[in-house]
Design a protein. Structure first.
Length: 263
């Protein structure tokens, strides 16, 4: 199990992040308001969830990260493409960049306050994110013959992460399921409320607002489980939160799409 986790975190996840970003081209100045909204949503959801953990006696290091950091990669990209078309892809790239930067900085701090941002777990991902962002924000183009094998390896990483998640589900308890069901409701509900509160301040165009709504309704990122495994932070409970949360996306994704404006 630890070998699979190490392989994913230090090689396949960085490849996944780079391949997602390298094939896109984004004009950053057009999406400053969206980036600000994503940042506020992640931080706001984290703060509210942390206060909830204090009140109901839930371990915050276990529950807060999956509520903050959602599946903005392999779930969000195909959904945005199918629902809103190619013109919406730069917006979800910005969402992905902001989410990853926060996850691999603040997310590490939440799990271990003394953890350095650059450590054996995070460094490959930070370098991959930086390289991917540089490609996405400039006119540099990666040859298709290089992107295809990278995409193949990236998909292998997703498969291995899901395999590791399935192994963990063998030891899930009834209490884990209760917290997971609660998290499946709490995560998108709080984020959507924050999104609508921010709407008057952001002044997003219809495409950006639609992508922002979809982002707010996304389920917890599978990467949260991988980090919980690395830091031994109740990985079984985090696995149940991630799995049930992603199953609940069957309800939340259509709701977000129904709330999105037509354009």
């Amino acid at each position: 199990m630890s070998t699979i986790n190490k392989l994913c975190m230090e090689l396949l996840v960085p490849i996944l992040i780079f391949s997602v970003l390298a094939g896109k081209n984004v004009q950053l100045e057009e999406y400053i308001s969206l980036a600000f909204g994503v940042t506020c949503t992640i931080l706001g959801c984290g703060l509210i969830t942390w206060l909830l953990c204090l009140f109901v006696k839930i371990e915050s290091k276990t529950f807060v990260p999956p509520m903050m950091f959602t599946n903005t990669g392999n779930l969000a990209f195909p959904l945005v493409l199918l629902a809103f078309g190619q013109e919406a892809m730069p917006a979800i790239v910005i969402v992905f960049i902001v989410s990853q930067l926060l996850h691999f900085s603040l997310g590490f701090y939440i799990l271990e306050g003394k953890a350095k941002i650059f450590n054996p777990i995070s460094t490959p991902t930070i370098f991959a994110t930086t390289a991917g962002v540089m490609v996405a924000l400039t006119s540099v183009e990666i040859n298709e013959t290089m992107l295809v094998p990278l995409d193949f390896l990236a998909n292998t990483g997703v498969t291995l992460v899901l395999f590791a998640l399935g192994i963990r589900m063998n030891s899930v308890s009834a209490r884990d399921i209760k917290i997971a069901v609660f998290g499946a409701i709490w995560c998108p509900l709080v984020s959507l409320v924050i999104a609508f509160l921010l709407k008057p301040l952001l002044d997003l165009n219809p495409i950006q607002w639609s992508v922002f709504l979809l982002f707010a309704a996304l389920p917890p990122a599978v990467l949260c489980f991988m980090l919980a495994e690395q830091y031994k932070q109740e990985p079984t409970r985090v696995a149940s939160i991630v799995l049930i949360g992603n199953i609940s996306a069957i309800f939340w994704m259509p709701l977000a799409l129904a709330l999105a404006p037509t354009f």
